[in-house]
Design a binder for this molecule. Structure first.
Ligand code: PLP
Length: 390
């Protein structure tokens, strides 16, 4: 049964060229990148090349790139690393209510360790009141954290302005750019980002590889490592390097940089078409602001529809129909039965949050897939509505 995959904010398929780039390091070129023999040097060169490509995609220097296993690890390293190293400056951290659970849970953990965290609310469009944010920054604030693109709604936050406000008050600024890297241009200097997290599997590289950017130029950011060991990655992330994953991430970053504009315009046309057609369904509306939004995402509320039932209906097709993969909430936490904290923060009721579906498109989607999706969403919703009437 063919699959129409519209859950790209959850994870993406590996690009064949990325797979090709990593294969030698899974097979013949299996050396440890830290070995000094010639065989090891080839792996070391591959890591060096990838570090350059990751840095290039976000306007950083290669020395500022630390490889991790995923964005969650990068987030942990960034937040806890700053919290520990800045303890004598203060113990206050600011973030926003719509951050990914990876950020929120680290903040909750730090609260249990005596840190203080302020969670700034968002408006119904998913954006925030910058004056309110500024008023919360104190002398003992060590870190302000906001994502660049929200994973559930695609809303793009004004990180440049937030970074300016943060720096004016003498704190560091971290941005979880997991959903933005490779999709929109990012320049850490221009945006004023001190620490940035990203993940390979969101940009057509495999799972198990991520990265943390730590500013070394201008104001050098000091973070405490969380893993002690062989002192890899400038002492910030000990552990033998995942050379195949790193080679894959480098290739994915290179491809994203070269093909970003082309992918963006093609995906936007598909997303806009999908959204336009789905908004014809009675009781449907877009969650989050439509204007400042990533071109691949639409999060739609279908009033009166149980999103789990809709997801199930779309992914259990009848004879001859394709399976459609969509999601209702954060991919990494979607196995839980709580309503989306992001949608609740936007002011939706629990019932409305449970009636919302995220469609997130990728570079492999086609117009035919979108047309089939529109037809099948209409069909399943009609079936569900007739069931609830009877
Ligand atoms: N941050 C955001 C915004 C995400 O969307 C995700 C994954 O969905 C993560 C962090 C965690 O990424 P990873 O799976 O690489 O740990």
């Amino acid at each position: 049964m063919p699959l129409i995959y519209l859950d790209n904010n959850s994870t993406t398929p590996i690009d064949n060229r990325v797979l090709e780039a990593m294969m030698p390091f899974l097979t013949t070129e299996f050396a440890n990148a830290n070995s000094t023999h010639h065989f090891g040097l080839k792996a070391y060169e591959a890591v060096k090349d990838s570090r350059k490509k990751v840095a290039q995609l976000i306007g950083a220097e290669p020395t500022e790139i630390i490889f991790t296993s995923c964005a969650t690890e990068a987030i942990n390293l960034a937040i806890k690393g700053v919290a520990i190293s800045s303890r004598n400056k203060g113990n206050h951290i600011i973030t926003i209510q719509t951050e990914h659970q990876a950020v929120l849970d680290v903040c909750k953990y730090l609260e249990s360790q005596g840190y203080e965290v302020t969670y700034i609310p968002v408006k119904s469009d998913g954006l925030l009141d910058l004056e309110k944010l500024e008023s919360q920054i104190r002398n003992d604030t060590i870190l302000v954290i906001t994502m660049l693109v929200n994973n559930e709604t695609g809303v793009i936050l004004p990180v440049k302005e937030i970074a300016e406000i943060t720096h004016k008050k003498g704190a560091l600024f971290m941005s979880d750019c997991t959903q933005a890297v490779g999709k929109i241009p990012i320049d850490v200097d221009n945006l004023g980002i001190d620490l940035l997290c990203l993940s390979g599997h969101k940009l057509n590289a495999p799972k198990g590889i991520g990265s943390l950017y730590v500013r070394q130029r201008f104001n050098r950011v000091k973070i405490e490592p969380l893993l002690q060991g062989g002192g890899h990655e400038s002492g910030l992330r000990s552990g033998t390097l995942n050379v195949p994953g790193i080679a894959a991430l480098g290739k994915a970053c290179e491809l994203a940089r070269i093909e970003m504009a082309k992918n963006a315009s093609a995906i936007k046309i598909l997303r806009d078409h999908l959204e336009f057609e789905l908004l014809k369904i009675k009781g449907s509306s877009v969650n989050g602001c439509s204007k400042n939004r990533l071109y691949n995402t639409t999060n739609i509320l279908f009033e009166g529809i149980d999103s789990e039932a809709l997801i199930l209906g779309l992914s259990s097709p009848k004879e001859g129909e394709p399976e459609i993969a969509v999601s209702n909430g954060s991919a990494c936490t979607s196995k839980n039965i709580h309503p989306s904290h992001v949608l609740l923060a936007l002011g939706l009721s629990e019932t409305q949050a449970f009636s919302s579906i995220r469609f997130s498109l990728g570079k492999h989607n086609t117009i035919d897939e979108i047309d089939i999706t529109v037809t099948l969403v209409n069909k399943v919703i009609q079936e569900l509505r007739s069931l609830s009437i009877n």
